[in-house]
Design a binder for this molecule. Structure first.
Ligand SMILES: Cc1cc2nc3c(=O)[nH]c(=O)nc-3n(C[C@H](O)[C@H](O)[C@H](O)COP(=O)(O)OP(=O)(O)OC[C@H]3O[C@@H](n4cnc5c(N)ncnc54)[C@H](O)[C@@H]3O)c2cc1C
Ligand code: SF4
Length: 468
C-alpha cells in the first residue's frame, strides 16, 4: 500500500502539517520515533547533546574590553562546562516541555527575525503567523498573572531605563492557576503543545505509528518513493508519494545524509544560546511564579525572569569560596534572569550526530551585556551582589541544519522531488527568540504550497467540466 503523505515526527512542524492536511480531507501517516508521554513525564525525557565548546576569547583574557565584561565572561564559565543542547523525542516533540513563549518574529525587536529571514527567500508568513497564533491561543501574559517578584524585577528594570513587557504565551489563561510548573507538568491542560493538534486525527482517517524510527528516505529517479525505518527492532519499508521530514534540527540531517543528501546538511547549526544569571534574595519565591512572564528586548538578545534548578548549588559554592557562613540555600530565595542570544550559525552536526560549536566573540559580547544588565537589575532589587552566578551555557532551540537556500528551496522542498522539510532545521539563522510560532506558521505555509502544487498538477483546468 502506498500512502499519499508520510510525515516524520510529531513536534511543532510535523503535527501542524498533519493537522492541516487532515483538515483538508487528506489521510496522512505520521511516524514517530518516541512514544506517548504520561502526564508530567515529558520533562523527565529531555535529551541532552553535549558539545565541547571553546570560545574565541578563552585563549586570551587580555582581549576582554573592560572590567565588567571580564567578570562576566569568567562567570559564564564555559571553559569548564560542555554546551548542552536540549530536545525531546516522543509524541509532541520538544513542544511538550516548552515555557509556552510565543514570538511573532517581526523585525521590530530583532532585525534578523525569522520573518525577515524568510522574506529574504521570497517567502511571506504574515497570514500564517496570525492564523497560528489564533489557533494555539497566543495572548500576552495578563498583568494579574505576574508574580510579585516578577513585578519587582519590572520595577527595578524600569528604574534603570529597561522596558519589560508581557511575554506572549500559548496558555489558555481561563484554565491557568499560576503554579509556575509550565516546563514540568501543566495539570490544568492550559498550556498548548503540538500533541493537541494530533487529537482526533484518527477520526479523520489519519494514523500515528509510535516507536517507529525513520532511518532514510527512499527515492527513485530523484523522486521520493517512501521511507525505511525500524519498528520494534524490525526493518520496515513504507511507500509514499510525498514525505514531510520534521524530525527536528538534530535528527533531520542524519536522515538526509542516510538518504544521499549531503550538500550543506548539518552545517550552520545555531541554538539560541542562553544562560541564567542568578542571585540570592531571601523569600523571593521566583520559582513559584510563571516562568518568563515578561521580557526585555535588546535586539540580538533578550532577558526574562527565569529560575534554574542549578542556581542554589552555584550560589552555595560561590559563598563557600568566599568563606561565608553557610546556610542551606532554598530555591525560594533565588532570583534569576535568562539571557538568550541569537548565536552565530557556526555549529556542525557530524555524521554520528555529535555537535561541534564555538562561542564567538560576538556571542560572548551579547551574553556579557545580558549578564551585566541582569546584575544591575538584581542590585536594584536588593539582591546580594556577592552571590551573583551564571549557569553554564545551554541551547534549547537548535536549528539551521538544513537551511532554506542551501538544503531546501523556498517551497521547503529538498533536491529529492516530493521530499519536504518542516521543522527548525530550515530556519537559516538564529532567531534568538522562541521559534515554535515560526515553525507552526512555516508548516501551515507548506500545506498551502502542497495544495497549490496538487491543484496545478491535477487541478480543475484539466477537467474543465468540473469547474462549470
Ligand atoms: C526546555 C525547553 C523549553 C522550550 N521553550 C520554548 C518556548 O517557550 N517557546 C518556543 O517557541 N520554543 C521553546 N522551545 C524550543 C521548541 O520546543 C523547539 O524549537 C521546537 O519544538 C522544535 O520543533 P521541531 O518541529 O523542529 O522539532 P521537535 O518539536 O523536536 O519535533 C521533532 C519530532 O521528530 C521526532 N523524531 C526525531 N527523529 C525521528 C526519526 N528518526 N523518526 C521518527 N520521528 C523522529 C521526535 O520524536 C519529535 O517528535 C523550548 C525547548 C526546550 C528544550
Ligand atoms: S502556570 Fe501552571 S497552570 Fe498555568 S500554564 Fe503553567 S503549568 Fe499550566
Amino acid at each position: 500500500m502506498s500512502h499519499d503523505v508520510v510525515i516524520i515526527g510529531t513536534g511543532a512542524g510535523g503535527a501542524t502539517v498533519a493537522k492541516e492536511l487532515s483538515k483538508n480531507g487528506e489521510k496522512v501517516l505520521l511516524l514517530e520515533k518516541g512514544d506517548y508521554f504520561g502526564p508530567g513525564k515529558a520533562a523527565q525525557n529531555i535529551k541532552i547533546k553535549k558539545a565541547n565548546i571553546q570560545s574565541e576569547k578563552s585563549s586570551s583574557d587580555q582581549q576582554t574590553p573592560d572590567h565588567h565584561q571580564k567578570e562576566s565572561s569568567e562567570d559564564i564559565n564555559f571553559h569548564q562546562h560542555d554546551l548542552e543542547l536540549m530536545y525531546v523525542e516522543g509524541v509532541g516533540g520538544t513542544t511538550t516541555v516548552s515555557m509556552a513563549n510565543a514570538c511573532y518574529a517581526c523585525s521590530t525587536c530583532y532585525s534578523h527575525s525569522t520573518t525577515t529571514q524568510f522574506q529574504g527567500h521570497d517567502l511571506e508568513l504574515f497570514e500564517e503567523f496570525l492564523d497560528s497564533s489564533k489557533e494555539i491561543g497566543v495572548n500576552p501574559l495578563p498583568h494579574n498573572y505576574r508574580g510579585p517578584t516578577t513585578n519587582k524585577m519590572v520595577e527595578a528594570a524600569d528604574k534603570l531605563g529597561y522596558f519589560m513587557e508581557a511575554m506572549p504565551k500559548f496558555i489558555d489563561f481561563s484554565k491557568c492557576e499560576p503554579c509556575g510548573n509550565c516546563l514540568y507538568h501543566c495539570k490544568n491542560g492550559a498550556k498548548w503543545d503540538s500533541s493537541h493538534f494530533l487529537k482526533n486525527l484518527d477520526e479523520e482517517g489519519s494514523q500515528i505509528i509510535t516507536n517507529f524510527e525513520v532511518k532514510n528516505i527512499l527515492h527513485d529517479n530523484n523522486q521520493v518513493t517512501g521511507v525505511e525505518g525500524l519498528f520494534k527492532g524490525e526493518k520496515q519499508v513504507i511507500k509514499a508519494k510525498k514525505v514531510i521530514l520534521a524530525a527536528g534540527a538534530l535528527n533531520t540531517p542524519l536522515i538526509l545524509r542516510n538518504s544521499g543528501i549531503t550538500e550543506g546538511v548539518g552545517k550552520g547549526l545555531f541554538c539560541d544560546l542562553f544562560i541564567t544569571v542568578g542571585a540570592y534574595l531571601k523569600g523571593s519565591k521566583l520559582n513559584k511564579e510563571i516562568p518568563m512572564s515578561v521580557k526585555c528586548e535588546f535586539g540580538a538578545y533578550f532577558i526574562s525572569p527565569h529560575y534554574s534548578g542549578m542556581l542554589p548549588g552555584l550560589i552555595q559554592e560561590k559563598y563557600e569560596k568566599q568563606g561565608k557562613s553557610l546556610e542551606d540555600i532554598s530555591p525560594e530565595d533565588i532570583v534569576g534572569l535568562m539571557v538568550k542570544i541569537a548565536d552565530e550559525s557556526n555549529g556542525y552536526l557530524d555524521e554520528e550526530g555529535n555537535v561541534h560549536k564555538e562561542i564567538t566573540d560576538n556571542d560572548l559580547k551579547l551574553l556579557s551585556e545580558g549578564i551585566e544588565k541582569s546584575r544591575e537589575i538584581f542590585i536594584e532589587m536588593g539582591a546580594d551582589l556577592d552571590s551573583i552566578v551564571c549557569t553554564p551555557v545551554r541551547g534549547a532551540h537548535p536549528g539551521g541544519t538544513a537551511a532554506m537556500g542551501t538544503v531546501v528551496d523556498n517551497s521547503m522542498q529538498t533536491s529529492i522531488k516530493g521530499l519536504y522539510i518542516a521543522d527548525a532545521s530550515v530556519i537559516p539563522r538564529a532567531p534568538g527568540r522562541p521559534p515554535i510560532l515560526t515553525i507552526v506558521a512555516m508548516a501551515k505555509k507548506l500545506v498551502k504550497i502542497l495544495n497549490n502544487e496538487d491543484s496545478e498538477e491535477g487541478g480543475c483546468c484539466q477537467n474543465a467540466t468540473d469547474c462549470i
